[in-house]
Design a protein around this ligand. Structure first.
Ligand code: NAP
Ligand code: F7E
Length: 355
């Protein structure tokens, strides 16, 4: 009898964790997810995808090495996808030390647990395009690949840079199967509401339904390579199906500015973006990566992976989904969804206000 493969996912309650869980379940995997205890449970994404009762949940915390060892013992996985992190760049300026610990050092906690207990597990680390930082601009906005110089510009990306290197060190030093996915921004209706794509989609939907009067935004000039998250989790899995571990850029190869994002999002609801937009300094960062675009040709060649949903389609999917949710909310329907639970950003006091 063929044994079902087992996967352990850290960050199972996040955007990528939820999509990856669904992807692996559809492939016949037995999936285990590490989650941390919160005062309010946070399983709305798994619920939304209809898989909440299909994943085995293990309580653990990235700051607690013993709980990670315990999760490995309980799940005995073939593959471990390390997705959990303090993943919001702006928040990393507010909590740089905690971000260093959870986003950076946790990678060593997990690699050590694997090295000491079960060295054959295939390990995936969620590295990021943010590690490339300033290189995007210095390189004249040419698409960046796995060999470009890494120049992080935030506590978040410095922590990820550490995780990326320690993953390479365990691969080369101990012969472990440890892969880095250098993923560029990827978005979806399950994205956290702070991130600019979903924030804009949510706010535009509210404006179009007369639930809000304006969208407050930060740096309109920043450019990102925005892809569609459900496609990116397949790339993670493909990286662990190779004979040898390696590092791969996953991207769309297109850069668009936040200004273009505003324009396109308002276009979906037939409104002109400039009539409804206000630039607000609370959404600027002490440092902001100006421009990033990725060259995914290695992934295309070695993994046979390529993006299908590009910028325009991705924005349409997000805005239409938020309109649908708020229309149903207006009719009194309640379903698993985070937006009504968020406080107004105007009530949150951050360092950027004193800049
Ligand atoms: P996300 O939605 O913010 O999810 C982060 C996950 O980490 C959540 O499940 C969160 O749990 C968990 N987590 C945070 N601190 C933890 C702790 N101390 N112990 C245990 N779990 C903890 O992030 P995402 O967008 O899915 O991204 C997945 C990973 O890819 C992250 O590492 C991110 O940095 C990286 N990445 C993302 C992108 C992107 O564009 N999405 C691009 C490149 C790399 P709670 O639900 O309890 O908060
Ligand atoms: O910002 C600008 C902001 O927060 C994108 C994470 O998943 O992708 C994500 O990091 C850009 C920045 O994502 C607002 O200054 C303008 O230039 O959506 P974001 P991010 O910082 O690129 C990478 C690849 C990751 O690894 C991270 O985990 O948009 N921007 N106005 C704004 N950003 C936000 N959030 N809110 C604004 O109002």
């Amino acid at each position: 009898m063929i044994r079902m493969k087992k996967a352990l996912i850290t960050g199972v309650t996040g955007q990528d964790g939820a999509y990856l869980t669904k992807f692996l379940l559809d492939k016949g995997y037995e999936v285990y997810g590490i989650y941390r205890r919160l005062s309010t449970p946070n399983f709305w994404r798994l619920d939304h995808l209809g898989i909440f009762d299909k994943v085995n949940l293990i309580p653990a915390d990235l700051g607690d090495a013993g709980s990670i060892v315990e999760a490995l013992k309980i799940s005995e996985p073939d593959e471990l996808y390390h997705l959990a992190a303090q993943s919001y760049v702006q928040a990393s300026f507010e909590t740089p030390v905690a971000t260093g610990d959870i986003t950076g050092l946790s990678v060593t906690r997990i690699l050590e647990a694997i090295r000491q207990n079960c060295k054959d597990i295939k390990f995936y680390f969620a590295a990021t395009s943010e590690m490339l930082g300033k290189t995007g601009l210095l390189n004249g906005e040419r698409p960046l690949n796995e060999n470009d110089v890494l120049r992080p510009m935030s506590p978040y990306s410095a922590a990820k840079l550490y995780g990326y290197w320690i993953t390479k060190i365990y691969r080369e030093g101990y012969g472990m199967f440890a892969a880095n996915g250098i993923l560029f921004n990827h978005e979806s209706p399950l994205r956290g509401l702070e991130f600019v794509t979903r924030k804009v989609a949510n706010e535009v939907a509210k404006v179009s339904l007369d639930l809000s009067k304006e969208v407050k935004i930060g740096n309109l000039d920043a450019k990102r390579d925005w892809g569609y998250a459900p496609e990116y989790v397949e790339a993670m899995w493909l990286m662990l199906q190779q004979d040898e571990a390696d590092d791969y850029v996953i991207a769309t190869g297109e850069a668009h500015s936040v200004r273009e994002l505003m324009e396109k999002a308002f276009d979906v609801v037939d409104l002109g973006w400039q009539d409804w937009t206000r630039v607000d300094k609370r959404f600027f960062r002490p440092l902001d990566v100006p421009s990033l675009v990725g060259d995914y040709s290695k992934a295309e060649k070695k993994l046979n992976w390529r993006p299908r949903v590009k910028f325009d389609k991705m924005v349409e999917i997000l805005v239409e989904k938020e309109c649908y949710r708020w229309e149903r909310w207006l009719k009194g329907e309640r379903f698993p969804w985070d937006a009504p639970n968020y406080t107004s950003e105007a009530r949150i006091l951050t360092r950027s206000l004193g800049m």
